[in-house]
Design a protein around this ligand. Sequence first.
Ligand code: GRF
Length: 221
Amino acid sequence: MRQIFVKFVLNFNKFENLNLCVLASGRGSNLKSIIRSQKSGKINSKVAIVISNNSNSGALNIAKSYQIPGFHISQKLFTSEEEYVNKFLELLSNYNIDLIVLAGYMKLIPIEIVRKYKNRILNIHPALIPSFCGKGLYGLKVHEAVLNYGAKVTGVTVHLVDEEYDTGPIVLQKTVKVKDDDTPESLQKRVLKWEHKMYQEAIKLFESKKFNIEGRKVFFT
Ligand code: GRF
């Protein structure tokens, strides 16, 4: 059967200093690591805004502590889906967002946003996609599943976001060895360190390279 590839070339209008919107629901260690990469000059992009569906998230507190505008946006706060999506789109446009970075965001991104920001939304998953991923596999559950399966390696995947959970094209992956005496917690801790490094690397790629996608294959040239 012939496979038809759709070729997509993305050239940000401005390289080097992308405006990032980080979406996060929880403690926000990836968010903090991205902000630190920015402050230390390891990336040129800046976190322009943080959006969370959880008003008590660590991520919103981190945003506040770095004086980054933080917004609590949850569908429950709006009378219709349309209003909710419009608020999201309005913020992204007001802050000239180039790249949306999901860092432990527990909601599906509204389809209108996925379409408008096609191939400009990144997610990070604490395992090697397509293993140990998908709906319901998040947080410690991922590492428990890896250990229960007896996998010898796990890792980190940075991928583009499409309309489903964890199914978009892969941008970067890093393997992490599973140790015989690992617990879900110890594995999570080791993988998380690599998550912080890999997200920095992925953002740098988007800052400095021309990005091509053919089918599911992502290239930077
Ligand atoms: C990370 O493990 C990330 O891979 C997953 O959610 C977790 C978020 O952790 N998508 P944190 O809030 O960034 O510390």
